[in-house]
Design a protein around this ligand. Sequence first.
Ligand code: GDP
Ligand code: MG
Length: 465
Amino acid sequence: MNYLDDTIAAISTATGEGGIGIVRLSGKDAIAVADKVFSSPKTKRLKDAKSHTVVYGFIIDPSNNERIDEVLVTVMRAPKTYTKEDVVEINCHGGMLPLRKTLDMLLKAGARLAEPGEFTKRAFLNGRIDLSQAEAVIDVIRSKTEQAERLALQQLEGRLSGRIEGIKERIANICAHVEAYIDFPEEEIETPVKDAIIDSMQAVTEDLTALSKGYDEGKFFREGVSTAIVGKPNVGKSSLLNALLQKDRAIVTEMPGTTRDVIEDYLNINGLPLKIMDTAGIRETHDLAEMEGVKRSLRAIEGADIVIAVFDGSIPFDNADAEVIEKVKDKKTIFVFNKSDSLDERVIRENLSILRRSNIPTIKVSALTGDGIDTLKDAVYSLCISTGGAAGVEDVIITNIRHKQSIDNALKSIKEAAEALRGGQPLEVAALFLRESLDSLGEIVGIVTTEDILNRIFSEFCIGK
Ligand SMILES: Nc1nc2c(ncn2[C@@H]2O[C@H](COP(=O)(O)OP(=O)(O)O)[C@@H](O)[C@H]2O)c(=O)[nH]1
Ligand SMILES: [Mg+2]
């Protein structure tokens, strides 16, 4: 069944009592259906009304001519309407009864009850807006902060779509370039040409990475950064938590293995909210409670957005430290070199040189004296926020997880394409990956889409939108 062939109707305002309520119709028979239940004192017909004008009259039950409500009807003819179809909006009195009865009359007169989000879905299917814009409609309705609404409106205006289209065009050009060489197999691709192609792939990769990061950073501001403090026992994790919070939150003792449960608190760094967790020291142990604590520490690392790995700078590093380094290797991490107040310069130098062998930012602090704590806070902030973040106004910010996933998929494909070229694989392989990345980006605006994606998106809408 071609759904676009019929005419849909729904109550488009929220349930409850209000000054007015609106019943909306869309479809090729919208005006004819409305006319069947409309009567005006001057016997004016809606079909004679000019587009985008308002007509005064009554909704009636055509079976007995009984008046149901006094209304103002807006007639909007295709294509300059919300759905690009003929649209009629009936302003009723805003109680549930007049609205329901009006809707009932329209359904009896030949309209079908709209599914959730179906008006917006039609706007998408009829090509007035793309998928990311349709999603922005929900975001505008649901936004709880001015910031969220501003971002949603930008997306509704097509800022994200424009950005994605631009990147797609660049990939398509690269792809055309590569495919040209496939079509002329006698032409060997020269190294400088190949390098130039790889360079342009690199540039696209950087832009997509920035978009993907923008999502994470926006999310950090909205939902907070979950931060795990980890390390072997007695390095000063609990002391560090207390120093960061400037209060005695966690118990500090000279006995290794004091902290067993995960302790949580909140910290705000320049507007960036951190949920910060102090964990049990990671080490081999036979104590059951401590073993459970270690398990929880490992889980905390897994679930955390960032990790602060703490080391005791005053004593030589051992295998337990190496294990900690190993455990956090896949995470956004900061190394904290604690107990910098200790006096053994030689040990400090050696330990620092071990940490600095990795590219992970390393901050020297003393949880005891508070030395270096501010530097650590700055480092945490820059680890999380490398772009303007959600605070930036100039750029497109991804707020939808579906878009983020598509961008990450596109990123993966384009990196594989570059890898294939570099590795001297057949050009077809690179072309294939480039096409894949185009498809992934196409999903964002809805060029590439499945019924499943559509249903999922529009089912989140309310009826009447
Ligand atoms: N000298 C010095 N001692 C510290 C420092 N931070 C912690 N300690 C001591 O190290 C021991 C273990 O600290 P704690 O925070 O409980 O370590 P955790 O087991 O990693 O949580 C305690 O005796 C602390 O007083 C520091 O910056 N300098
Ligand atoms: Mg502790």
